[in-house]
Design a protein around this ligand. Structure first.
Ligand code: SF4
Ligand code: SF4
Length: 399
């Protein structure tokens, strides 16, 4: 494993961090498969991963519980453990201690290496100040419950700069990948955090897995590149190439993913990409920007939908349809499978067996999901496009 500077902190972080929002699941209810999750977490740590990230909401609370048990038998001491205060649930200053103590219990630990304010945006940042939560964070630090302080971020560059300037943070968790250089905190935000000695940990390096499944046009670019890499490896190397990046989080759900990502991390380095390799990444980014119709990262924050719409799955199908909309037999076959899967999704809801697994047309436009989406996607409108393609037979090129 390669290790990198963690901002101004007195320890080095593994280039690859283990994100615990996409652990392996089983059954219709998608409960975390604890045996598999424990196995891959420990395998990753044995390969040198020393940074593990979770949050109150991940897997509807199971992520922290499962992680707490997986880190027994000496694994807790091998990692820097990070979790996040669920800002959207905090209703007053006393919420801070309530959630922190419960998270320490779930994680079976006396202290967190990093505690983050989760999903800071304009509204949550205002709440942080109104409830004077920085003081709470300082107290928890004095009590030894927290070692370092950070925030995860979903808003625009001006808000990011304001938050960075507000406090002497130890780290920030920000969305960044070769497609998102100009949205969210942007490249300027990444560099700004770095200039202040704040460690930047990266989330969504593969944009919810989309950069690992390229359209045919992008595969041609990858196949003609001067170096052989998988699509995911291109996306990860883009990040590790930058000195401002401390650690790249990957939400890994299988041993194969852990193996591949560890191998990528071991072959990474600051400034290691050549000009030709950077040109390949620029070309891939341009192709993806043309193809992806909805910038959904499948984070699941909008779920559950009271009407039973599986929001991220609907957007995934629409994007797959658009990404695969090239000519050729293979592409037509893939299109057929996507449409069949959408119909199965619809059917499973019609028979009433899976309330939270339903088609776009179940949306009642109640708007409950809108404020929860960190990507600011106009979910009901975008679901109309899903409906047009999968239920009315429109082409993705015309919606
Ligand atoms: S607007 Fe539609 S998708 Fe969003 S929560 Fe309401 S019913 Fe669900
Ligand atoms: S629609 Fe938004 S909140 Fe829902 S899964 Fe996609 S990115 Fe996340």
């Amino acid at each position: 494993m390669n290790y990198r500077k963690m901002g101004s902190l007195p320890w080095e972080v593994s280039a690859l961090g283990f994100g615990c929002m996409r652990l392996p699941t089983k059954g219709l209810l998608h409960r975390v498969d604890e045996r598999k999750a424990t196995e891959i977490l420990r395998y990753g740590i044995d390969r040198g991963i020393n940074y593990v990230d979770t949050a109150w909401f991940y897997h509807f609370g199971q992520s922290e519980e499962v992680l707490g048990r997986a880190l027994k038998d000496g694994y807790r001491e091998k990692v820097h453990l990070a979790t996040k205060l669920p800002m959207v649930l905090v209703r007053g200053a006393d919420g801070f201690d309530k959630y922190l103590d419960e998270q320490l219990r779930r994680l079976r630990t006396d202290y967190l290496d990093l505690y983050l304010f989760h999903m800071l945006n304009t509204a949550q940042f205002e709440k942080l100040q109104r409830f004077e939560l920085m003081g709470k964070m300082e107290n928890a630090r004095k009590q030894g419950k927290i070692r370092y302080v950070g925030f995860s971020f979903h808003d625009t560059l001006p808000v990011f700069r304001k938050i960075i300037d507000f406090y002497r943070w130890d780290m920030t968790l920000m969305q960044y990948n070769y497609m998102d250089t100009a949205i969210q905190a942007t490249t300027d935000g990444l560099e700004y955090a770095h200039s202040k000695g704040i460690a930047a940990v990266i989330m969504e390096p593969l944009k919810g897995g989309q950069l690992a499944k390229p359209p045919a046009e992008a595969m041609q670019v990858i196949n003609g590149a001067p170096v052989r890499r998988t699509p995911a490896d291109w996306a990860l190397q883009f990040l590790w190439n930058r000195p401002a990046v401390a650690c790249v989080l990957s939400g890994m759900g299988s041993r194969r993913m852990v193996e591949e990502n560890c191998a990528s991390a071991e072959a990474s380095g600051i400034g290691s990409l050549t000009a030709d390799e950077n040109r390949v990444i620029d070309e891939l980014a341009a192709i993806y920007r043309r193809k992806i119709l909805v910038p959904c990262t499948a984070c699941g924050y909008c779920m559950p939908c009271p009407a039973g719409v599986d929001i991220p799955q609907n957007f995934a199908y629409l994007n797959y349809k658009s990404i695969g909309a090239d000519s050729g037999f293979k592409s037509r076959l893939i299109q057929m499978f996507i449409t069949r899967n959408y119909r199965r999704l619809a059917k499973s809801c019609e028979v009433g067996k899976k309330q939270n697994n339903g088609r776009a047309s179940l949306c009642t436009k109640c708007g409950a999901c809108l404020s929860k989406c960190p990507q600011k996607i106009m979910i009901p409108q975008q679901l109309e496009r899903v409906k047009a393609v999968f239920e009315k037979g429109k082409s993705v090129r015309t919606i």
